[in-house]
Design a protein around this ligand. Structure first.
Ligand code: SF4
Length: 276
């Protein structure tokens, strides 16, 4: 692992194995519900200004520091997902000086076709929200997924698949954190949260990924639960969940508050916690 403050490089242990449900920061939350008062409707334009460059970055291939990782994993057959993919979707964005690392679930149909994460309809929703709160998806972020190959019919990745793809994610994290520029790691949805924070459980036969209550784990992960030198980690709902709710104004407002808190910490060093 690289200590981003000292620059010292030590053994990389990117995924802590902790029971984060037990920690106090999340107490009082009801799974699946967001406590906000007087929600402000949010207008989301589905076409973000940076969309052309998003698509362009997905099609130009893997740049710079990620090239070696991509070469290693592009023909991977470590789990059954390889049988249904068109290509391994490693990631896109800024691999050299990212401020935010965004990890989602897995490629959908359009991502599988184009080779970049978050470029389908829900990806556009994410891109619009990032734009709304002042995060540039192309220059500020590096985006990837918990699994690199498309699960059939966009189903949630299973335990064995998350486990098989975890070393690849660890490798990417090692490269990206070594740049020393990352301010926030954002876990988008349950598979990303489980991959990062439920390492021990993932190794257990029969562990049901769907049993993890994501709603109870939204917000900042306590820094004490993370390896030394890590940037802050924040868990948010996946845009597909927000879209499934029909862009419910209250949920949209809460989702926006999450992204604003992430941006505030990265740019201002101010730790807002809208989930408490
Ligand atoms: S999802 Fe990950 S582990 Fe499975 S085949 Fe694709 S690259 Fe390999």
């Amino acid at each position: 692992m690289t200590d981003i403050h000292s620059g010292e490089v030590s053994r990389f242990e990117p995924v802590p194995d902790h029971e984060v449900e037990n920690i106090g920061i999340y107490s009082g939350r009801v799974d699946g519900h967001i406590n906000i008062t007087a929600p402000k409707p949010v207008e989301i334009d589905f076409v973000a200004p940076t969309w052309d460059s998003v698509l362009a970055s997905a099609k130009v291939g893997i740049a710079g520091p990620m090239r070696a990782t991509w070469k290693k994993w592009k023909d991977c057959t470590a789990c059954s997902l390889h049988g249904g993919r068109q290509q391994v979707v490693l990631g896109s964005g800024n691999p050299s000086t990212p401020k935010y690392l965004l990890w989602g679930e897995g490629p959908g149909e359009e991502e599988d076709q184009n080779g970049g994460p978050f470029i389908g309809r829900t990806g556009q929703l994410l891109s619009s929200m990032l734009n709304e709160v002042g995060i540039n998806r192309v220059t500020d972020c590096y985006l990837g997924n918990a699994v690199c190959c498309r699960p059939a019919k966009n189903r949630t990745p299973e335990r064995e698949e998350l486990l098989a793809c975890r070393p690849r994610l660890q490798e990417q994290m090692g490269v990206l954190l070594s740049r020393g520029t990352v301010r926030v790691v954002v876990l988008i949805g349950k598979p990303a949260f489980v991959t990062f924070m439920k390492g021990k459980e993932l190794q257990r036969d029969g562990f049901n990924v769907g049993s993890v209550p994501i709603g109870r784990n939204l917000g900042w992960v306590e820094q004490e639960l993370l390896p030394k030198g890590w940037p802050r980690v924040y868990t948010v709902y996946h845009p597909s969940y927000i879209a499934r709710l029909g862009h419910n104004p209250a949920e949209m407002a809460a989702w926006k508050a999450d992204w604003e808190a992430i941006r505030y910490w990265a740019d201002e060093g101010i730790l807002l916690d809208p989930r408490k």
